[in-house]
Design a protein around this ligand. Structure first.
Ligand SMILES: [Zn+2]
Length: 305
């Protein structure tokens, strides 16, 4: 009765990695329990996710083909687009969010269009808008731009409104830090930059107030939900955003945060289940309304018990 914070499976969004082929379920070595899956396997897994009471998944695509322009990202027959259609056919109630970015689809692994060795912010906007519209056309319930280009929420909102998807909301990765905690994800999504790094468009971990500025801009451009990424080293940022803005706040409990616990758990150095639950409740306590987490299925099993 006096507990001040609770978590439940319906706080969770489960990230999934979809790849080409059939019958493929390849475990990501640095993220035990997480897989790259072909659509047929993804559907089986998504059914389990939904049956555990987790209302939503976010999809990341591993395309067959990468090029300079990341053209598979906005191909209506692309891997994510086909995965959305398949999920909507078999589990229509599962809320499907799509990651909107270029880095999974570009040969250079950057989140945008490269001109003279640098990411061209403004040229990237139209590609991101095309990608978001293509996901919405396939049936995505919400799109989530993760690139951190300036002006992308506005560009995506305008394009989706123009194409008849004004009811599809945007969850923006508003405060995304240039973090080493993304390491294992890059293996999962095969999206390591081939040169340089992402520090020119992601935020400096030392900056707290800058997050408020980024969030304010995204809300002004039309973001419906704002996200902080990563979660654990940025609980202060989650708290600041929650107390400063009225929109729902999401937090991404990222791959490195997951891998650390899985590894220490495997070595028997920590009580993995208890630490997982403690971390998830700390993210919620800090102010997150929604938690994107690779722990979603494990935590839901415990919560449902
Ligand atoms: Zn990216």
């Amino acid at each position: 009765m006096v507990r001040q914070t609770t978590i439940s499976p319906d706080d969770f969004i489960y990230p999934m990695f979809v790849t080409h082929g059939k019958g493929i379920r390849k475990e990501i070595s640095s993220m035990p329990g997480c897989y790259q899956e072909s659509i047929d396997e993804l559907i089986k897994n998504a059914k389990e996710v939904y049956s555990l009471g987790i209302p939503s998944v976010i999809l990341f695509g591993i395309p067959e083909h990468k090029d300079e322009m990341g053209s598979s990202a906005y191909d209506d027959n692309g891997i994510v687009q086909n995965a959305i259609k398949a999920i909507k056919d078999s589990i229509p109630e599962l809320y499907v969010i799509t990651d909107v970015c270029m880095c999974e689809y570009t040969s250079h692994g950057h989140c945008g269009f490269i001109d003279k060795g640098e990411v061209d912010n403004d040229k990237t906007l139209s590609l991101l808008a095309m990608e978001a519209v293509s996901h919405a056309k396939a049936g995505a319930d919400m799109v989530a731009p993760s690139d951190m280009m300036d002006g992308r929420v506005g560009a995506i909102r305008a394009a989706m409104d123009r194409e008849g998807f004004s009811n599809v909301p945007i969850m923006s990765y508003a405060a995304k830090y240039a973090s080493a905690f993304y390491g294992p994800f890059r293996e999962a999504a095969e999206s390591t930059p081939q040169f340089g790094d992402r520090r020119s468009y992601q935020m400096d971990p030392a900056n707290r107030r800058e997050a408020l500025k980024e969030v304010a801009l995204d809300i002004e451009e039309g973001a419906d939900i704002v996200m902080v990424k990563p979660a654990l080293s940025y609980l202060d940022v989650i708290s600041d955003i929650k107390s400063s803005f009225a929109v729902p706040v999401a937090a991404y409990n990222v791959s490195g945060e997951y891998s650390l616990i899985k590894a220490a758990g495997k070595l028997g150095w920590i009580d993995e289940d208890r630490i997982m639950m403690e971390i998830l409740i700390s993210i919620k306590r800090a102010g997150a309304d929604l938690i994107l987490t690779y722990f979603a299925k494990d935590a839901a099993k415990i919560l449902n018990d």
